[in-house]
Design a protein around this ligand. Structure first.
Ligand SMILES: C[S@@+](CC[C@H](N)C(=O)[O-])C[C@H]1O[C@@H](n2cnc3c(N)ncnc32)[C@H](O)[C@@H]1O
Length: 287
């Protein structure tokens, strides 16, 4: 990009605060006032290994220089990578999707399996902004299977926010990995927001082909226990269920109850105030 154009581009992306570029079930927007002030005072590297829509990451005021974010949803991580490296072609393609949006167009894009990364990212964002309830759900074969929602004017192409996210992701390492492949070291900080342990049979916990089962919650606890022994600061959010309280029963963990409005099932009208747990290995202040 030539001098003048680049200066304008850079000025524009600095103006806007970044926000999640996708709606994501379990997004932590409603808990930010508890989470952000309770980050440790000092740490070396920031890790967030269930990044989803990134409500926490995008809201961190002064992003640490060293940050790694990850998720085991392949298409989602590709979308982050595209926004980091080539926001302009993505914006162009989203403009096309915005212009052509209709039921037939939605079904056509939904049935495609692009291998090009920009097309893959644009497809994910387009479907996320137009599908029923902004839900990311795939069938056993890994195919996105959510029907179109009934939005009058879905805001598919949020150019300013994509540029703000591009800026926010500048110094960030992006990894498509299972949580237990992430290796923070002493004095690093990791925030984990796994799929909720279900509070009812209708709870939504499946963002990929594999559900996050109780065995995974146990695996996560064992992994976090190992990190605590290695001197890593940890913060975890989850449902306030007996199963989770029992899992984190050790005196190594502090548990605080916080209250947040949350979409508790696939039904758009079933929002409730639910109790959640913030679990850390250092004292925090919930007032
Ligand atoms: C509750 S959502 C995170 C929401 C996020 N904090 C936000 O604000 O949007 C949980 C995320 O965990 C990811 N996930 C599920 N199982 C995983 C695993 N085994 N390893 C890494 N990520 C996983 C899902 O793809 C999903 O994006």
């Amino acid at each position: 990009m030539r001098g003048e154009l680049r200066r304008k581009f850079e000025a524009k992306i600095k103006e806007v605060k970044s926000m999640p570029f996708v709606k994501w079930v379990g997004g932590k927007r409603n808990l930010l006032d508890y989470i952000l002030p309770n980050f440790p005072n000092e740490y070396n590297h920031y890790y967030e290994s269930f990044i989803g829509g990134g409500a926490v990451f995008f809201s961190i005021p002064n992003k640490p220089e060293n940050t790694t974010i990850s998720d085991n949803n392949f298409e989602l991580i590709i979308a982050y990578k595209v926004i980091q490296k080539e926001p302009q072609p993505l914006i162009k393609l989203l403009k096309t999707h915005q212009k052509n949006h209709s039921k037939d167009y939605y079904n056509k894009i939904r049935s495609q399996e692009p291998s090009d990364q920009v097309e893959m990212a644009a497809r994910l964002i387009y479907l996320n902004k137009t599908c029923y309830n902004g839900l990311y759900r795939v069938n056993k074969q890994g195919k996105f299977n959510v029907p179109m929602g009934s939005y009058k004017n879905p805001n598919i192409m949020q150019e300013d926010n994509i540029l703000a996210c591009h800026e926010a992701l500048k110094n960030t390492k992006l990894l498509y990995k299972d949580f237990d492949e992430i290796e923070p070291k002493k004095n690093d900080f990791i925030y984990c927001d796994p799929p909720y342990h279900p509070t009812s049979e209708n709870s939504f916990t499946s963002y990929t082909k594999q559900n996050f089962t109780e065995t995974d919650h146990v695996r996560l606890r064992d992994y976090l226990m190992k990190l605590v022994k290695n001197g890593v600061y940890i913060m975890l959010s989850n449902s306030n269920t007996k199963f989770i309280r029992d899992l984190y029963n050790s005196d190594k963990f502090h548990k605080e109850i916080v209250y947040a409005p949350r979409l508790v099932s696939c039904k758009p009208d079933s929002r409730e105030h639910v109790e959640e747990l913030l679990i850390t290995n250092y004292p925090i202040n919930i007032s």
